[in-house]
Ligand binder design. Structure first.
Ligand code: NAD
Length: 304
């Protein structure tokens, strides 16, 4: 059976596919036209986020049985068209948990200690020590919205920093998990009004789109911080900008945006720390995504 790998994936992915006896073609820069021409020969296609698996590609892929996405989002795959043809769509949401959780802690530390300001100042020849009084995470309250894979790992890391943890989720959370985090399960309003940091770890759904809006920001504690490394649309960026401009929030850290690259003015504020959607961007997470995906593709093709 033949697998077409369209985006730069970890070499481990390709090695595992080959070791299972699959014929692998690696074309990390394949164009949309080339993909349409070549897809009829393949039983499976593997992508990251660059290549778009549109309904036309799916239609042209007469032999196609599996579409694999190394990573989380399936925005570049026409999942509905795949379902109609009975094609299995696979991804590896579990591969980036540690990477995102560590980034969240990094963002919180950046806000608390104004690390980007100090760095910028020194590069511009300024010694901003006097403007850089920070605070410690220890003893502060972290509100985690969505205690799934990433939310729970953030909780474990925050606990190690001595933070108090509040959690809100729509599902019944395992007692053992709550106990291990020494967390308190509360409703969203209670979480917002009692947290020094609020970190979002929900999926993007109709319910979570603009979950953080004007009213919700108003419910947050004055002087609190927001961290978003989930999906950009979970936050109404205009409302966030107002909450920051009015001084209600002390700061925010964003890895994801409503539009990427971002168009929001919030990005330019001095008390906002931003990263360009790098949550899963670690060597370990990319390797894990490649390895896990290769195993899932092999299983779905029934090779092993
Ligand atoms: P997960 O499915 O393991 O956890 C999500 C949790 O959110 C679940 O416990 C679910 O019950 C809860 N939830 C769903 N709707 C909710 C609501 N309305 N209110 C409260 N809780 C709700 O997902 P995960 O792997 O932890 O990923 C979390 C988020 O991180 C996703 O949005 C994902 O796309 C994003 N992500 C971002 C990056 C990045 O590069 N920044 C990388 C990976 C994942």
């Amino acid at each position: 059976m033949k697998v077409l790998v369209c985006d730069p994936v970890s070499s481990k992915c390709i090695d595992i596919l080959k070791a299972a006896g699959l014929e692998v073609t690696y074309q990390p820069k394949i164009s949309a036209e080339e993909l349409l021409q070549q897809i009829p020969e393949y039983d499976a296609v593997v992508v990251r986020s660059r290549t778009k698996i549109t309904s036309s590609v799916i239609e042209a892929g007469k032999k196609l049985r599996v579409i694999g996405r190394a990573g989380v989002g399936l925005d570049n795959i026409d999942v509905e068209a795949a379902a109609k043809r009975g094609i299995t769509v696979l991804n590896t949401p579990e591969s980036s948990t540690e990477a995102v959780a560590e980034l969240v802690l990094g963002l919180m530390l950046s806000l608390a200690r104004k690390i980007p300001l100090g760095d910028r100042g020194l590069k511009e020849g300024r010694w901003l020590k006097g403007e850089m009084m920070g605070f410690e995470l220890k003893g502060k309250t972290l509100g985690i919205v969505g205690l799934g894979r990433i939310g729970s790992r953030v909780g474990a890391l925050a606990k190690a920093f001595g933070m108090k943890i509040l959690v809100y989720d729509v599902i019944q959370l395992p007692e053992q998990l709550i106990k291990s985090l020494e967390a308190q399960v509360v409703d969203l309003d209670t979480l917002l009004s009692n947290s020094d940091f609020v970190t979002l770890h929900v999926p993007l759904t109709p319910e979570t789109k603009h979950m953080m809006n004007r009213e919700r920001f108003a419910r947050m504690k004055k002087g609190a911080y927001l961290v978003n490394a989930s999906r950009g649309e979970v936050v109404d960026e205009e409302a966030l900008y107002s909450a920051l401009k009015e001084g209600w929030l002390a700061g925010a850290a964003l890895d994801v945006f409503e539009h990427e690259p971002p168009t929001s003015e919030a990005v330019k504020l001095p008390n906002v720390v931003c990263t360009p959607h790098i949550g899963a961007q670690t060597v370990e997470a990319q390797d894990a995504a490649g390895e896990l995906l290769a195993e899932k593709v092999i299983k779905a093709l029934g090779v092993r």
